[in-house]
Design a protein around this ligand. Sequence first.
Ligand SMILES: O=C(O)CCC(=O)C(=O)O
Ligand SMILES: [Fe+2]
Length: 325
Amino acid sequence: MVRNLHRRHDNLRRKGRNVYIPVIDFAGYKDDELSVKQALAKQIHEALHVHGFMAIKNIGISSAEVARIFAVSQAFFALPEAQKLRSAYLGAQYNFGFQAVCDENLDPSKPGDIKETITLRFNQHDRANRFPWPSAEFRQDAQYFYQLCLNATFRLMRVLSCALSLPDDYFIKVHSDENISLRLLHYPAVAQDTVMDQQLGCGAHTDYGLVTLLFQDNAGGLEIQDRNGQWHDVEPMADTIIINTGDLMERWSNGIYRSTPHRVRPQTQAKDRYSIAFFVDPASETVIETLPSCISEDNPNRYGPITAGEHLQERLAATHLVLRT
Ligand SMILES: O=C(O)CCC(=O)C(=O)O
Ligand SMILES: [Fe+2]
């Protein structure tokens, strides 16, 4: 397995691709195959410790399904601004809706991000018909993809439980649909001379929850920061999902898994960029306490308990400049 990975790495390097993060293949995964889960757990543990990022293959979402949601995303962002604003962002409390270019600062110390997004959720507020969906068809397509992401996430959670010596369903139990969100992103092409000093497509930030699944098209621009402060490209790779650790996973794991800063360059090469993020955030009342398997003499407990709700609200409120309530 390790030799195959290295060979793959070499092949990709020869083609000039910068495969900075490990590629991990879920092809043999089954919920009740302990030996496969253990082998995956080893690779994931290493990847999340060293990089906080990895690229996953064959976790149960086909390239046709990914292509379909990208087509839905492109069609939505191509609509006139006034029509997109009928689904305008509802504020951090609901965390649903459309945000125009520069509405969000993922790095609050920098100018607004050159991206537009629509954040989608399927929790109790949605069921009460509070959310201004662009259309019933859009909602159906989004919900289908959301469910695929959730199924993939549950597989990953079982492997994470294995890596951290926890009961198989430990993470599954604390993730209801309350705070999980699907987000479509569009980074429009811009002329270099319109980009403000230090302005990015998406400012440097860490994600907030357990993990994020990220699907990117082939435009490029995503960068991650290593422990020495150096930035590295994460170039697009067909048929893989990028998965990264969020802040709450870093706390749970006592810093063993890194919540790694990442950012996206502005699209100054005359090509738009589309990406899709699936944020896996625990239910609000979940108390995040350092896991006993992550505390040792060398790594004493670094974090006090916090509820997921407190952390998520604080981070969301800090980064969403314009709340169109
Ligand atoms: O679009 C991307 O590639 C990254 C987006 C991201 O990091 C985020 O929305 O949290
Ligand atoms: Fe992010």
